[in-house]
Design a protein around this ligand. Sequence first.
Ligand code: HEC
Ligand code: HEC
Ligand code: HEC
Ligand code: HEC
Ligand code: HEC
Ligand code: HEC
Ligand code: HEC
Ligand code: HEC
Length: 479
Amino acid sequence: MALLAVCALVLAGCTEARNPGGGNQDASLDATPQDDGQDTLSELPPKDVAEGMGEALAEPGTETGTEPVAETEAVTEPGTETLTETAVEAADDAVLAELPDDSVAPPLTCHDCHGDAASPAPPPDTQGNTSTSAKGVGFHRAHLAGVITHAPTACNQCHVVPAQVLAQGHMNGTAEVVFGSLATHQGELAPAWDGATTCSNVYCHGATLSGGSNKQPGWTTGFPQGNACGYCHGYPPPAPHAQMDSCSSCHPVFDAQGAFLDGKHVNGTLDVAGGACNTCHGSDDNPAPPLGTNQEESTSAKAVGAHQSHLKAAHTISSPIACTECHLVPQNASDPGHLDTALPAEVTFGTLARTGGAQAQWSDGSVTCTSVYCHGATLQGGSNKTPAWTTVNGTQAACGTCHALPPKTGRHPNNFGDHAWMGSNCTNCHDGMTNTTGNAVTNPALHVNGVKDVKLKIGTWSGASKTCNSNCHEEVVHW
Ligand code: HEC
Ligand code: HEC
Ligand code: HEC
Ligand code: HEC
Ligand code: HEC
Ligand code: HEC
Ligand code: HEC
Ligand code: HEC
């Protein structure tokens, strides 16, 4: 009957194809017009197979168990290989509908020589092999199926797909592997198939990614047992990548159940959250740590340190210090300079820290700031001008740490005998800014604001000429 006739023809075709110069201009092949459906083959996800093969990744090494189409008939030609021809029953399947129909004459369809009605990809291969351990079969179906980690991989990611049976380069005796745009990452990479067992330098298997324990998968053996999430890239990728397991908090590629959203994984694009600033660091209060990008909570962690002391100014000696005084702050998560460099985070001082020409510096090594205006770099005296970022107990906000009380400058009481009687009452000259005993700041907005604020209790002060016009003196006095 027709089926047998087709198979006989097929075997002839295959034999000749494996026999270069053997006349594959066979009239019956010649007369095989392929319908338009062929052109779209490269994009056809063999859906039924996808479902049937869903376990392939999870169960490495297992053979392709599920036959998607119910009725299978083995046809044996004496003295030749066994071909498995599958009856096309799933006529309702849109994918299958686009494949050439056995009933169309002349009869050669793609799966007459390899693959089956569900997909022209092996198994069976051109030799009739069906085991994944055969090179011609390998892990075709695991790729073609949409398994847990990826969408179906089209034929054209690994082959030039012949538009018709007799297309040049098709049955030329070698099954060429020619990688497509995903595997090459738009031509950026030059992946290689070694002709026998494995692929290397393939985007899909993590060639561009850091970490990963199995970037050269076995074509006929599949993945070894283990955590598949760590094969192609680290899980998570090694530092400087955030050492956090909650991938979904920064990568919007998962649904609520933690399964990959369709087409988001191994799709050629690294998806990173661009949402609220406190998605990846910070809290409901503000986007500054805690939490750090690695979920640090303690102020003794460098990522956290004295952030909130600065931002909330609970020490009451100054106004809150904005992020911009210590960082270039992105408007959007994807802005240059934000996520495109490795940890540690960049500290880029704003104008305040550099007031008066201070050469403000952050040392990631010693976890301290040096030469910062805010901590008295330009001022006389002070017991601790290189504050430790991770010492957060109020000691570094105490009077006397950033400047002497008062500094021994100008006609400050400790520097000028006539004023000595004022002692530590700063309010004669810094009225409204401190208490009368000089150990509390009463107007934080005027303190550590980049300006020497002088307000005389009696008389006026000219900052420009540094002179007092005070009732205390008979004439204008230079500071
Ligand atoms: C992930 C890469 C990949 C994809 C996707 C893929 N193939 Fe292959 N294919 C291979 C490899 C590797 C071989 C073995 C090449 C060799 O023998 O050197 C192969 C071999 C073949 C062979 C030759 C089998 C034999 O008997 O030697 C056929 C036919 C074939 N593929 C068809 C397809 C078709 C049709 C599709 C799409 C439905 C497809 N392949 C998708 C990688 C792939
Ligand atoms: C007459 C038998 C026959 C038919 C029909 C056939 N193929 Fe092939 N195909 C082969 C053989 C044999 C190979 C192994 C490679 C070789 O010999 O060059 C192959 C290999 C392939 C490959 C691997 C890449 C390559 O070119 O080597 C792809 C992809 C492929 N075929 C797709 C198709 C598609 C699509 C159709 C339908 C348009 C089709 N084949 C129809 C015999 C056939
Ligand atoms: C076959 C190789 C491979 C395996 C296995 C794999 N990944 Fe990936 N993964 C990639 C590639 C390639 C990327 C690069 C981004 C892209 O193309 O989607 C990626 C990116 C990611 C990303 C970043 C977000 C993005 O863009 O997709 C997350 C999160 C991720 N993978 C989680 C996982 C988890 C969870 C598993 C285990 C279920 C896993 N991966 C297994 C290849 C793999
Ligand atoms: C705190 C946020 C955050 C978390 C949590 C996170 N990532 Fe990422 N990931 C990023 C950012 C940001 C990038 C981009 C880094 C860059 O552009 O260099 C990235 C990049 C990647 C990349 C590409 C790496 C490379 O070498 O190019 C992969 C793969 C990835 N993440 C996987 C994961 C996996 C898997 C997890 C969970 C185990 C995870 N990520 C958790 C923020 C995160
Ligand atoms: C007083 C200076 C200062 C202010 C203000 C400040 N930061 Fe930081 N920030 C730092 C320092 C210092 C580090 C640690 C840098 C390092 O690790 O080398 C840091 C680190 C970070 C990190 C990286 C944390 C990690 O996981 O390593 C983030 C994120 C961050 N800051 C965000 C912010 C945001 C958002 C604000 C404002 C809401 C802010 N910072 C305000 C000084 C500051
Ligand atoms: C996808 C996760 C993610 C999102 C969303 C995010 N950040 Fe970050 N942010 C990071 C990571 C990771 C770092 C550490 C970057 C590094 O190593 O330099 C960082 C660092 C920072 C820093 C420290 C300076 C720097 O660039 O290193 C600031 C400030 C900051 N982020 C502010 C913001 C703001 C403002 C937003 C909202 C517009 C935001 N972040 C959104 C992950 C994120
Ligand atoms: C973190 C460092 C720091 C600490 C701690 C500190 N100061 Fe200051 N103080 C400054 C700086 C910087 C100035 C320079 C003027 C400015 O920018 O406000 C200043 C200036 C002053 C002035 C001059 C008026 C002015 O603001 O221009 C007074 C008065 C003063 N401080 C009192 C105090 C008292 C009282 C305390 C303890 C409650 C104190 N300071 C603790 C950094 C500090
Ligand atoms: C007799 C008036 C007077 C008294 C009292 C006084 N200051 Fe000042 N202070 C000034 C003047 C004037 C300046 C501005 C100097 C300038 O512009 O160069 C100043 C500047 C400062 C500065 C800026 C640094 C500097 O050396 O110029 C600090 C810090 C400061 N005073 C702290 C104090 C503290 C703390 C007290 C109380 C313990 C205090 N002062 C008491 C008059 C006084």
